[in-house]
Design a protein around this ligand. Structure first.
Ligand code: CP
Length: 305
């Protein structure tokens, strides 16, 4: 393991991803047999300046199942000394004296990088800003694809939603771009299309992609449909019809039998609840995988200490 802090998904190489996924499989077995006490001397601090259900709970559950202990604050913008004007850098230096690893969700793009620059213990980016990254979500997304599609090469992946501010889609695009013959489709209203930094990266690495305002027949041949939310309040033309971006029974009927539908969650209206019972709906399996992947990641980072 040669990553000390996890700030962005492109830090991972393919061999390192495979090492993480091998550990993740082992974690599935450890959880099935009731967890381990192997990390009982370790303490994880979770510092969340923005709301979270899945990321914070799964990290905390991961640490508990490894036998470790957890110090936690949600609403860190209210309940940490930021409210007294303390800078993130000072907070991180101090928490580093009390924990062996810090999981940070910060409200500014680049918050995790600032934290990592001063931290004496590993920092894990649990989502930064609106245009930043959410690398651990991308890792669990990739693991889900690997488990469900049984390969990471030659996949067609459609990413839908407000992609400009989609931390998860941004982080996942970087990871998918590492595999052979990947084809990415970015489907979003024009003003919410994926940002040029991702496209530059894909161009540089010879990854094939298309940007489109409509799904057209893309979803009928995609192996993975990665759905995210679109916040209507952000649209300049509020009369724009968002239903073509939603997944319902009609879309399902056009999709391949072995395709999967993913969503980082939480969802709003963009996936009809009637879709949940279809075996292709992978989003709840995806959240479960979050626990295993985060356990594996914690062990990797704690061992590198
Ligand atoms: N997917 C995700 O980051 O969910 P939370 O905001 O609930 O952590």
């Amino acid at each position: 393991m040669n990553i000390r802090h996890l700030v962005e998904s492109q830090q991972f190489t393919v061999p390192l991803l495979m090492e993480l996924f091998e550990r993740t499989r082992a974690m599935e077995k450890i959880v099935a047999r009731g967890g381990t006490r192997d990390y009982e001397r370790s303490i994880m601090g979770t510092l969340f300046y923005r709301p979270s259900t899945r990321t914070r709970f799964s990290f905390e559950s991961a640490m508990h199942r490894l036998g470790g202990r957890v110090l936690s604050t949600e609403h860190a913008n209210e309940f940490s000394s930021e409210i007294e004007g303390e800078k993130l850098e000072d907070t991180i230096r101090i928490i580093g004296h009390y924990c062996d690893v810090i999981v940070l969700r910060h409200h500014e793009d680049g918050g995790a990088r600032r934290a990592a620059a001063v931290s004496s213990v590993p920092v894990i980016n649990a989502g930064d800003g609106t245009g930043g990254q959410h690398p651990t979500q991308a890792l669990l997304d990739l693991y889900t694809i690997y488990r469900e599609c049984r390969t990471l090469d030659g996949l067609s992946v459609a990413l839908i939603g407000a992609l400009d501010q989609g931390r998860t889609a941004r982080s996942l695009a970087y990871l998918l771009g590492k595999f052979d013959r990947t084809k990415l489709y970015f489907i979003a209203p024009e003003e919410m299309q994926i940002k040029p930094d991702i496209l530059d990266y894909l161009d540089k690495h010879g990854v094939s992609y298309e940007c489109s305002a409509t799904a057209g027949d893309i979803l009928s041949h995609a192996d993975v449909v990665y759905q995210t939310r679109i916040d209507r309040a952000r649209l300049q033309k509020s009369d724009i019809d968002l239903t073509p971006y939603n997944i319902d029974g009609a879309v399902l009927s056009r999709m391949k039998d072995d395709a999967i539908i993913m969503h980082p969650l939480p969802r709003s209206v963009e996936i009809d609840h009637a879709v949940d019972d279809d075996p292709r709906a992978a989003y709840f399996r995806q959240t479960q995988n979050g626990l295993y992947v985060r356990m594996a990641l914690l062990t990797m980072l704690l061992e590198s200490e």
